[in-house]
Write a protein that binds this ligand. Structure first.
Ligand code: GLN
Length: 187
């Protein structure tokens, strides 16, 4: 199995390291050529969603990325990756606009800009790191909620798309990544 990691901006190295600990092959995606390599799944990392989207457009990668995900390529979006995937983003135009949820950017405000907690993901207690994170304010039909923290939705699954508001790659707990790898095997 090979997983591609979008590496234009943000926390992509941490994803690569975590894949390595599970002995999964991965490569970094920086160009359209990279994006066209064979892969079984793709990770859209945390970072700054506006910056990542601008670079995707400048590098002429947006169309191909959308097409691959629409065609069923399993995708894990974390934090900015969730914002990129969302169909609706409060107060701005959607970016890739593929996942039928509404997200609020920087939803925890300045006071609680970044924090760590432990909570349930798909029934498993895991550490969660939030960094100027979004959360999901609304989900459409058939979106499966995998985590809620303090009443806010922070992890969802819809078809071939898995997205978290927190950064699963910033702890040594591999629950979310393992869930994604199982998803890849089943799709
Ligand atoms: N605040 C960032 C954004 O709006 C997301 C933060 C993150 O990925 N850690 O894109």
């Amino acid at each position: 199995m090979t997983v591609g990691i979008l590496a234009l901006q943000g926390a992509f190295i941490e994803h690569q390291q975590m894949l390595k600990t599970l002995y999964v092959n991965s490569f970094l995606i920086r160009t359209l050529d990279d994006l066209n390599q064979q892969m079984d799944g793709i990770i859209l990392p945390g970072g700054e969603s506006t910056a990542i989207f601008r670079l995707l457009n400048e590098l002429n990668m947006t169309h191909t990325l959308k097409q691959k995900i629409t065609d069923g390529l399993p995708v894990l979006g974390t934090c900015a990756g969730l914002i990129l995937l969302a169909e609706d983003v409060i107060g701005q135009s959607p970016l890739l606009g593929l996942l039928p949820v509404t997200v609020k950017r920087n939803a925890y405000g300045r006071q609680l800009g970044s924090f760590m907690t432990k909570d349930l993901f798909n029934g498993h207690m895991i550490p969660m790191t939030f960094i100027r994170a979004p959360y999901v304010t609304d989900v459409k039909k058939d979106v499966h909620i995998l985590s809620s923290v303090a009443g806010q939705i922070v992890a969802v699954r819809y078809q071939n798309m898995l997205a978290t508001a927190f950064h699963p790659e910033l702890s040594d707990d591999t629950t979310v990544l393992s869930y994604f790898l199982e998803m890849i095997k089943k799709i």
